[in-house]
Design a binder for this molecule. Structure first.
Ligand code: NAD
Length: 420
């Protein structure tokens, strides 16, 4: 079942080489470096599902725990055709660093099922989710490993997972997953968390540069959960959001777009394209316009070797996971562009997931104002730590962030010692 292609993942190669570079800088002990290169445990399961036409299809699913030195593991579940063990392992490793960078008591995990959810009925998805949950029951639990939504999964998926787990325990266990609907234990402010976290980080970043956010010219790629929330907040706070794009194309207004009106347009038209009071512009051109801040919040590998030289933003803040390829990252760095990396910038989602987990364990739910103020404090503190480390070590923010994350996990190993 796990042939060579299972491990064939560019993401895993990149994650391992990033770890190797950081380990060398930190002077990590060889044995700890080696332990961090591999997952703590990885489970591969087969998931038979009776499809609507009566035949039984067997899907392959995964759950990988990268590290447990700081606490139980946390990470999303993705439903996608390209899911394999290598990719899931890499994503679990990146979650370890992300959680450590923002100071959460979690190790990293990731899970997934190789499938095309867009071609499956709700009934098929529910059956697959329930059987997947049952198969990975061995390794999940509120004090063991806490899944969350990712590509191809959503609040409904988490509700099914929570229900399946709870049925086997004979009681409701809200702390087993996060990203649930609010009615069954989800947290206020979870949907907005990643976009808000990005803006809190931006505040801190421009402040560190001795500037302010008001009046800054901003371009946002992707107008979904992350890009849409961030664009709305930046607009409300006086930034000039000149360009926004989605998968259908982009719109541009040099004087600034009215984001509330744009949201209304998207509700009607299903896309930013055709928004009155703005010029049409291709997705690619939008990325390359002169601006102060570029927020790629759509998909991976949008800034590559072939277009990085034409990016004219002073600051790139990564809302999406992996929007900048390693080659492009070097080009931007050499050109003096400040890149605020995904592991730091988009960590607001996992921070509020952590709040949801805490609320679920205590059956005590917080007001949204409490959630946003705690989120702001955590994001600002994490940025400042990474910023100061980058100055002290004379490295870019991505290296500094990874150094922070890896060092915390390595220190936890050192303090806990080696069992037995
Ligand atoms: P979403 O599906 O709500 O929105 C994605 C947006 O990007 C949509 O507007 C879509 O039209 C647009 N888009 C897709 N392909 C595009 C392309 N090639 N060019 C321009 N626009 C394109 O997704 P989301 O939840 O906002 O997530 C966006 C990114 O942020 C993803 O990479 C995701 O992994 C990452 N992320 C999300 C969260 C979260 O909490 N939602 C947390 C961390 C990271």
């Amino acid at each position: 079942m796990t042939d060579k292609s299972e491990f064939d993942s560019d993401l895993l190669k990149t994650a391992a080489s990033q770890l190797d570079a950081v380990a060398a800088r930190l002077g990590l002990e060889a044995n700890i470096h080696e332990r961090l290169r591999y997952p703590r445990r990885a489970l591969v399961v087969s998931i038979p599902v009776q499809m609507d036409d009566g035949h039984t299809e067997v899907f392959i699913g995964y759950r990988v725990h990268h590290n447990t030195a700081l606490g139980p593991t946390k990470g999303g579940v993705r439903y996608h055709l390209e899911v394999n063990l290598g990719e899931i392992t890499a994503l679990a490793m990146l979650m370890s660093w992300k959680c450590a960078i923002v100071g959460l008591p979690y190790g990293g995990a990731k899970g997934g099922v190789r499938c095309d959810p867009s071609r499956m009925s709700t009934r098929e998805l529910e059956h697959m989710t329930r059987r997947y949950t049952t198969e990975i029951m061995l390794v999940i639990g509120p004090d063991l490993d806490i899944p969350a939504p990712d590509l191809g999964t959503n609040e409904q998926t988490m509700a099914w997972m929570m229900d399946t787990y709870s049925m086997t325990q004979g009681r409701t266990v809200p702390g087993v997953v996060t990203g649930k609907p609010i009615l069954v234990g989800g947290s206020a402010g979870r949907r907005e968390a990643t976009g808000r976290g990005i803006v809190y980080v931006l505040y801190q970043a421009v402040h560190s540069l001795g500037e302010e956010l008001r009046g800054k010219k901003v371009v946002v790629q992707g107008f979904g959960n992350v890009g849409g929330v961030a664009a709305r907040m930046l607009w409300r706070d006086g930034a000039v959001v000149q360009g926004v794009s989605d998968f259908k194309g982009g719109v541009w207004n040099g004087q600034g777009l009215d984001i509330r009106a744009l949201e209304e347009h998207v509700k009607e038209a299903g896309s930013v394209v055709g928004f009155p009071g703005a010029d049409a512009m291709s997705n690619q051109d939008i990325l390359e316009q002169p601006c102060d801040i570029l927020l790629p919040a759509a998909t991976g590998s949008q800034i590559r070797e072939d277009n990085a030289g034409r990016i004219q933003a002073r600051i790139v803040i990564e809302g999406a996971n992996g929007p900048t390829t390693p080659e492009a990252d070097k080009i931007l760095r050499d050109r003096g562009v400040l890149v605020i990396p995904d592991v730091l910038a988009n960590a607001g989602g996992v921070v509020v997931s952590y709040f949801e987990w805490v609320q679920g364990l205590q059956f005590f739910f917080w007001q949204e104002s409490e959630i946003t103020s705690r989120l702001q404090e955590i994001m600002a503190r994490a940025f400042t730590r990474v910023w100061n480390a980058s100055k002290k070590e004379n490295v870019d923010l991505r290296t500094a962030a990874l150094m922070e994350g890896v060092r915390r996990v390595a220190d936890a190993h050192q303090i806990r010692g080696l069992y037995p």
